[in-house]
Design a protein around this ligand. Sequence first.
Ligand code: F6R
Length: 239
Amino acid sequence: MEIKFFNSCRSMSESACDLIVDFVRKKPDALLCAATGDTPTQTYQLLVEEHSRSKGLFAKIRLVKLDEWCGVRPNQDGSCEDYLQKHLLKPLGITGHRYYSFKSDSSEPVKECERMAEILRKIGPIDVAVLGVGVNGHIGFNEPGDVLTPFCHVAQLAPSSQGHSMTRHFGFLPQLGMTLGMADIMSATFILLLIAGQSKTDVFKTLLSRKISSQCPASVLWLHPHTVCLCDNSSVQLE
Ligand code: F6R
């Protein structure tokens, strides 16, 4: 994993946007896996700006949702679906046949994960995975624990994930999430890990220790041959 430091969220996001755009120029039908949440939002805004300058750039791109809360309506504020629709799918004109997604309101989340696993077997592997990291070290909803799970699965959410800012709209604390697994993520050709915010200081220090542990799923990215970690050094405080 290569780590790069930036002095603002804006400059981190510009670099992330450039890296994604470079990749898409080389592979226009790239399969992009997109995290939701606070950290990647500016990157996605910049991609949308690039789209308005370079018409057609994203005309063939495909997108797979990294994870989703169980038991929320797709158009519910704070659902990953709602986030992706607003920040990427609608602005970039990515329509149904180029978008693969866990259904947030599925009554059978295990079957929903099996369905996504099957889809990923057909369309994968992922070309570019854009990830954030949880305060507890999760990536997607691969939560810390004694073991990690390779493929799409239903995850019991850690308390810090249940309390994520996205869930404040729900009126209840979600217990379960659906997520791509660690092998799905690690099979990506290129992984972009974005880290910003004071709350990420501890997890970033853990990452910097270069120790790999299932108790910090993001640390497994040290084993990936092409991961770039971009850190907004103005908000993550190392000293
Ligand atoms: C969301 C996701 C999560 C977030 C993580 C950080 O789709 O996959 O792993 O990336 O919880 O969230 P923010 O960026 O809001 O701090």
